[in-house]
Design a protein around this ligand. Structure first.
Ligand SMILES: Nc1ncnc2c1ncn2[C@@H]1O[C@H](COP(=O)(O)OP(=O)(O)OP(=O)(O)O)[C@@H](O)[C@H]1O
Ligand SMILES: [Mg+2]
Length: 348
């Protein structure tokens, strides 16, 4: 995949910063992977609310409006709207792959929607279509009431994908600062925000380290900090917590929900974890094996998430519903249901 195709953003100033390594080979390691979060809000304020341990959930408690990076107000309407979307890779060639077919999906403003399905069913492809990193071969993709292309130009979303996609020659802090630099924030504001975000993901002590001095999970936490740093109105996240230990994962799930609730952020979130999908989401979209289609959309009504939610009967009922929907799909390479069950501690 070329940089042109992905719209990957290269580091605008890889050289010269005193905290950076000498960029003797200045090649963006994230070429082919968009690395920079795209967000709309120009004014960055503190993202950590005090919610007294209760995480608001549901659209009613969320803000309904946002603005673009250029200050243009966003029209009221869905955060994401997919109609009849298809994606065929390598059309007409022997290696042709139909990744997605006939996908209709709407993500409302402030709604948290998860995608779950067997490996290779097109979840990442769907996110890439929304992010305008690949074009659809059929149907339409609208983001915040405009074309996906325009939404990308307007910096209308933040992304954290399967690979952390950090810039090796930048310190951890300066990786988090990168999207803030692109938005023209002052150095002081950038540094303050980066510190805050690194504290959030538990990496304050590693601000001066370089990505290759961190474990895979730590790198992923840096990518999450970078995605959240700009308070985007829409988050596109592709298994962002996959490499994390269970306790960190649960803590970051809670922080993510707090941030989304406070900011009215909409989210399209890919995961292989049924409990994670149920805990985070207003709706869980269950997809079939290739070609990826939506087989069921499971609504989740758990109300405000608290410490007790993960132990509640309603939570386990949601897990069971999603698992049953997944089992109904041709599970060519689906994760074993037992693994999810064990992870959730759900009754058999
Ligand atoms: N750039 C590409 N060129 C050709 N085929 C591709 C490309 N990207 C994805 N595919 C194919 O599209 C299908 C869907 O891939 P995708 O990465 O979207 O799956 P996924 O659901 O995210 O899988 P996983 O859960 O393993 O991450 C796969 O068969 C994959 O091989
Ligand atoms: Mg994927």
């Amino acid at each position: 995949m070329t940089e042109m195709e992905t719209g990957a953003v290269t580091d605008p100033a890889p050289a010269g910063a005193v905290t950076d390594r000498a960029p003797d080979a200045v090649t963006d390691p994230a070429e082919g992977e968009a690395v920079v979060d795209r967000a709309a809000e120009a004014v960055i304020d503190r993202v950590m609310p005090s919610t007294g341990g209760v995480i608001p959930k549901g659209r009613a408690g969320r803000a309904a409006s946002a603005s673009t990076a250029s200050g243009r107000p966003v029209e009221p309407g869905p955060a994401v709207e997919l109609a009849g979307v298809a994606k065929v890779f390598n059309a007409g060639r022997p290696d042709e792959v139909t990744a997605l077919d006939g996908v209709d999906l709407t993500v409302g403003r402030g709604e948290f929607v998860s995608l779950i399905g067997p490996s290779g069913c097109g979840k990442s492809t769907l996110l890439r279509l929304v992010a305008d990193l690949v074009p659809p071969t059929g149907g339409t993709v609208r983001v915040a009431d405009r074309s996906a292309r325009q939404a990308r130009r307007d910096l209308a979303y933040g992304i954290a994908f399967q690979q952390a996609g950090l810039l090796d020659w930048r310190t951890v802090a300066r990786n988090v600062e990168l999207p803030l630099e692109l938005r023209g924030l002052s150095r002081r504001d950038r540094q303050g925000k980066a510190r805050e975000m690194l504290e959030l993901v538990g990496l304050a002590d590693f601000a001066g380290h370089y990505p290759d001095q961190l474990s895979g999970g730590m790198q992923q936490r840096v990518a999450i900090a970078r995605a959240l740093a700009v308070d985007p109105p829409l988050l596109l996240m592709d298994e962002p917590f996959g490499a994390l230990d269970e306790m960190t994962r649960e803590r970051l799930q809670d922080e993510l929900l707090r941030i989304c609730a406070r900011k009215g952020t909409s989210a399209l979130f890919v995961t292989h974890s049924i409990p994670e999908a149920v805990y985070l989401s207003d709706r869980v979209v269950v997809m079939s094996a290739r070609p990826g289609r939506i087989v069921e959309i499971v609504g989740v009504e758990l109300g405000e998430r608290t410490e007790a939610t993960r132990q509640s009967a309603a939570f386990f009922a949601g897990i069971t519903r999603v698992r049953e929907a997944l089992r109904g799909t041709p599970a060519r390479s689906a994760p074993p249901a037992g693994a999810d069950q064990a992870a959730a501690g759900a009754p058999a």
